[in-house]
Design a protein around this ligand. Structure first.
Ligand code: SF4
Ligand code: SF4
Length: 587
């Protein structure tokens, strides 16, 4: 027999499960309009892939795959893509896809997987993602992201959570009583993906019918173990259930995978079965409608996007003065301001209490430092300290005291004799810390972008200046060359003309040719000297080039004078002549 462990703290609130756990799961009617918020899970949101006026059929994908996708729960026409009230404590609006249902419930052809064992963990994970499967236990974490891939064999224990410890809620209980085989088939798929050494299905002992259903379904199986344990709130918390079944503690800030454990809810396991074996995406869920203001309470298989007022009407809802609508249970649920909010993937319960059923909280008194909150806390936190830090908005101390390990179970608020709404302080503080981190990240990002821009501008300016200086140097060098040689084109033309004239003349005219040449070099020398005299000496390279030009021209002039003198009036053909011919041809 497996040893059962206990976790620190916990409480025993009135369960009130009998209000809704009698009778079978009922299929809720298709409403005239479905409202599907794009964000129904943790993580990035997908973008709409349909347009207003477009016809859709059941199972058709409505969004792209940039986030966990949404699918049409039934057939109809896209009536709007706009902001609508969503189930959130703040009463906020968010983008939704609205389907005007035609009530014909026409579906696309589904593509079931014939034998999931032929698919790899990665392939199955991809199919679960594309089917939009998110954890149905409450947090709405995309299931595929929790699963190990092909290369990971670190999961030792797969735990299936059938605890459902929160008062009033019975949707998982109903599912386990009626669909144990489907849940087990989903567990087989999860086990094929995670390859655990053991599979444990944990159910609290206040659900005898669910336990009996699983005992029957698992009668001839040795690969899965049903574990029942005493009822205590909040045993259904992931970390608490792991401790109950294995005695292991998930480290602060860590994930179950870090100690080789994967935990999935029973509703998620059933959805995994539907996605792979039936090829059916996640478009509906079992939701409890309970509380004394609903006369026909029970569990409903309801299409996602169904307005809560429609579902409540099917449970014969009789609102009273100052009626409250709570999504979830009395401990962890959120009070909603708008009955038009839709049922989403995480809506496990709608609680509509009657007068006096859930008394309004009494006014908070001063903390008397009794320490009861710390005794009740299943996460071994110091709720009283967190309360003071939350009031002081001391985010650093809140994080140092492990605020984010708080599972918001409300056990501390429940036992507090001063009626301090402790959990509300923690929820608000978590939001404030997250917001501050987001602000810091945005500021860091903006600073990095500014610095990168400054660097880029400085680099571009330096490159520009280097190019400008190079251009200036090239221009000056060219000017220096021209100063030495005169205009090269004009000089070439002149040399060609002189050559032509020389060829046309008789040998007796050679002296005249040499004299003309002498005159041209003298002119060129005068120009070079003029430019050298005008140079301000700011660039040594330029000055050197000008000096060289003057020296070269002087040398040519001296050579020619020597040639003329040596020839005694009949100069011989010189090197400079052949150079001139060559230059002319080149020109
Ligand atoms: S239970 Fe309430 S009164 Fe007692 S220490 Fe905690 S916060 Fe203070
Ligand atoms: S709400 Fe948080 S601090 Fe309070 S008992 Fe639960 S885990 Fe502990």
């Amino acid at each position: 027999m497996r040893r059962i462990y206990d976790f620190h703290g916990g409480i025993y609130p009135a369960e009130r499960k009998t209000l809704s756990n009698e009778g079978s799961i009922r299929k809720a009617a298709i409403p005239s309009q479905l409202v599907l918020p794009l964000a129904q899970h943790i993580g990035p949101t997908a973008a709409p892939a349909v347009a207003v006026g477009q016809e859709v059929r059941g199972g058709e994908r409505l969004t792209d795959l940039s986030g966990l996708p949404l699918h049409a729960p039934t057939s109809g026409v896209i009536g709007a893509i706009e902001e609508r009230p969503i189930p959130h404590a703040s009463g906020m609006m968010a983008p939704c896809i609205v389907i005007n249902c035609d009530k014909e419930d026409r579906w696309i052809e589904l593509t079931p997987v014939e034998d999931f064992r032929r698919l790899s963990p990665d392939q199955l994970g991809r199919q679960l993602f594309e089917a939009g499967i998110a954890g149905l236990g409450g947090a709405g974490f995309p299931t595929a992201r929790k699963l190990p891939g092909d290369s990971n064999d670190a999961i030792k224990t797969l735990i299936i959570n059938g605890t459902e410890c929160e008062p009033y809620i019975t949707s998982d209980d109903a599912l386990m009583r009626e669909r144990a085989d489907r849940i087990i088939a989903g567990v087989e798929i999860l086990a094929h993906i995670a390859r655990p050494k053991e599979i444990l299905i944990g159910i609290e002992d206040n659900k005898p019918e669910a336990i009996a259903a699983f005992e029957t379904a698992l009668a001839r199986r040795e690969d899965m173990e049903l574990v029942t344990f005493p009822t205590k709130y909040p045993s259904g918390g992931e970390k608490q259930l792991i401790e109950i079944l294995t005695g292991k503690e998930v480290p602060s800030g860590g994930l179950p995978a870090s100690i080789g454990i994967l935990c999935q809810n029973v509703g998620t396991a059933a959805a995994v079965h539907d996605a792979i074996v039936l090829g059916r995406p996640l478009v509906s869920r079992v939701t409890t409608v309970t509380g004394e203001s609903a006369r026909n309470r029970g569990n409903f298989d309801v299409l996602l996007g169904t307005p809560m007022e429609d579902l409540l009407a099917q449970a014969d809802y009789q609102p009273t003065v100052r009626q409250r609508l709570i999504m979830g249970g009395p401990m962890m649920g959120v009070t909603l301001a708008d009955h038009r909010c839709p049922v989403i993937k995480t809506t496990n319960c709608l609680l509509v209490p009657g007068p006096g059923e859930l008394p309004e909280p009494e006014p908070a008194q001063a903390c008397i430092r009794c320490g009861l909150c710390a005794e009740a806390c299943p996460a071994r936190l110091l709720p009283q300290q967190l309360y003071w830090f939350a009031r002081a908005q001391n985010h650093e101390q809140l994080e140092e005291h492990h605020l984010f390990d708080c599972i918001e179970c409300g056990a501390c608020s429940y036992v507090c004799p001063s009626h301090i709404p402790l959990v509300q302080y923690y929820r608000a503080s978590k939001a404030a810390v997250r917001e501050q981190k987001a602000d810091n990240a945005r500021a860091d990002h903006a600073r990095e972008r500014f610095e990168a821009r400054q660097e880029r501008m400085a680099r571009e300016a330096a490159e520009k200046e280097a190019k400008r200086a190079a251009r200036k140097r090239a221009a000056l060098a060219k000017a220096a060359d021209q100063a030495a040689d005169g205009d090269p084109i004009q000089a070439a033309i002149e040399r060609a003309q002189a050559r032509k004239a020389a060829l046309a003349k008789t040998p007796g005219d050679e002296q005249a040719i040499q004299r003309e040449k002498l005159a041209r070099i003298e002119t060129r020398l005068a120009k070079a000297r003029e430019k050298l005299a005008a140079d301000d000496g700011s660039d040594p390279a330029i000055t050197s080039a000008l000096e060289k030009a003057v020296a070269t021209t002087e040398s040519k002039l001296a050579d020619l004078q020597t040639t003329i003198a040596g020839a005694g009036g009949t100069p011989a053909r010189t090197d400079s002549d052949s150079e001139t011919t060559s230059e002319t041809e080149n020109a």
